[in-house]
Design a protein around this ligand. Structure first.
Ligand code: KET
Length: 424
């Protein structure tokens, strides 16, 4: 008996030494992850003690004093919600009311697709969550499919479809020479992709280039995508930021709907309602009929359940309170226009400042491009100099978030850009 317990003690002692060794090596092969090209810029900005520092990195709207903005319509909605709404779980698909209002913004108030219940839609964790949910859905039901992504694109698109295990291909979009759309190459890529491919399109205010197809070009893109039997997936993170009017910014979607596409769509309230941290958005998939939409929605919910169970309630309440009230919606539309106008004003100011400094380069593209960003053409080395010598923070692809430019910093920014580019 005693002998046996001695042996078992020794064995357990040996196994615990082995166990300890195992445990200490569990994370030994974990290397630090690469910094995120966008959110890493914010981290670096926050760590810089310089009083002159300027953050034109992340796409987040600031007022003319460089301060984050909470819209008046949001403040009012919060007042109305306070003390009245409960904090129960939402259904897996999120707030039905919020989703309904969100679909109207994209598909139109009187959309036949909404009436016919052909849209499978769920509340998502903002635009990122909508893209990711779709990518997972694509992988689950078309595991051998690929996604065609524009060059360039929002850097996180690549991470999203990579982590969803979907093979990525690219298509031409931006022409560095003209600083505009490379339309001919784009159309060729659509034609040359295998029939029935997935295409990721920015619905408006393309990030990072600020270059959108014209209405005529959208029609041709839609025609060709249909002819090839491709599936268009729209990421619409900036509805309202291109023209100042969310209805006008839905133009591309409406063209595709008119042409009879089935499509996928990611919507976000981060930018156009300033609800960045609330993480409220919507993923929708237009289906052939109601039965299919019910099935697709149930599968989207089943993807959500083991990931985050159900989406957060507060942001959804804010959105449904605003969009469900005619007066608050009107105020929202006015405030969206106001944000877009301030950005447009800053484009003019930045260009004028550079021209006044006698810059030998053309800066026309600053005012030609639309939305939140200016794809400046600055090289990674020039961006590094802006950061090192002037404490100006932006992504290394030369993207300037115009939403971070103010009357107070535009002169400083222009001067620094001039200094690093004048001998180029
Ligand atoms: N799509 C695009 C094209 C996009 O630019 C962003 C955010 C998102 C989706 C996601 O936004 P969300 O907050 O998940 O609704 N872009 C800015 C912030 C970021 O990188 O997360 C940016 O480009 O700075």
């Amino acid at each position: 008996m005693a002998m046996r317990s001695l042996i078992s003690e020794r064995v357990s002692c040996r196994s615990s030494v082995l166990g300890a060794r195992w445990m200490s090596s569990w994370w030994r092969n974990v290397e630090p992850a690469a910094k995120d090209p966008i959110l890493g810029v914010t981290e670096a900005f926050l760590a810089d003690p310089s009083p002159d520092k300027v953050n034109v990195g992340v796409g987040a709207y600031r007022d003319d004093n460089g301060k984050p903005v909470v819209l008046e319509c949001v403040r009012e909605a919060e007042r109305r919600i306070a003390g009245t709404a409960n904090m129960e779980y939402l259904p897996m698909g999120g707030s039905v009311k919020m989703v309904e209002e969100t679909l109207k913004l994209a598909y139109g108030d009187n959309s036949e697709f909404i009436k016919d219940k052909r849209i499978a839609a769920v509340q998502s964790l903002s635009g990122t969550g909508a893209c990711r949910l779709f990518a997972d859905f694509q992988n689950r039901f078309h595991p051998d499919s690929q996604i065609y992504i524009p060059v360039p694109t929002w850097s996180n698109h690549h991470n999203i479809w990579r982590d969803a295990h979907v093979t990525q291909r690219t298509f031409h979009y931006y022409h560095p020479g003209t600083k505009g759309l490379d339309f001919a190459a784009l159309m060729d890529d659509i034609k040359n992709a295998p029939n029935g491919s997935f295409f990721l399109l920015h619905a408006c205010a393309h990030n990072p280039t600020g270059v959108d197809p014209s209405e005529e070009q959208w029609k041709e893109i839609s025609y060709q995508i249909k002819a090839k039997g491709h599936f268009p997936f729209f990421d619409m993170a900036y509805q309202g930021f291109a023209s100042g009017d969310p209805e006008r910014d839905a133009k591309a979607i409406r063209i595709f709907l008119k042409d009879g596409h089935l499509l996928g769509l990611a919507q976000s309230y981060a930018k156009n309602m300033g609800l960045y941290g609330q993480r409220v958005g919507c993923l929708s998939v237009l289906c052939e009929d109601e039965k299919q939409a019910v099935a697709v929605k149930s599968q989207l919910q089943q993807l959500a359940r083991p990931m985050y169970s159900n989406p957060p309630v507060h942001g959804a309440l804010i959105v449904s309170t605003i969009l469900g009230d005619a007066e608050l919606k009107k105020l929202w539309l006015k405030e969206v226009q106001g944000m877009a106008d301030r950005i447009i004003g800053m484009r003019t100011a930045l260009r004028e400042n550079l021209e006044k400094l006698g810059s030998p380069l053309s800066w026309k593209h600053i005012t030609n491009q639309i939305g939140m960003f200016c794809y400046s053409g600055l090289t990674p080395e020039q961006v590094d100099r802006l950061t090192d010598e002037y404490h100006i923070y932006m992504t290394r692809n030369g993207r300037i978030s115009m939403a971070g430019v103010t009357t107070g910093n535009v002169g400083y920014l222009a001067n620094a850009i001039h200094e690093v580019t004048k001998s180029a």
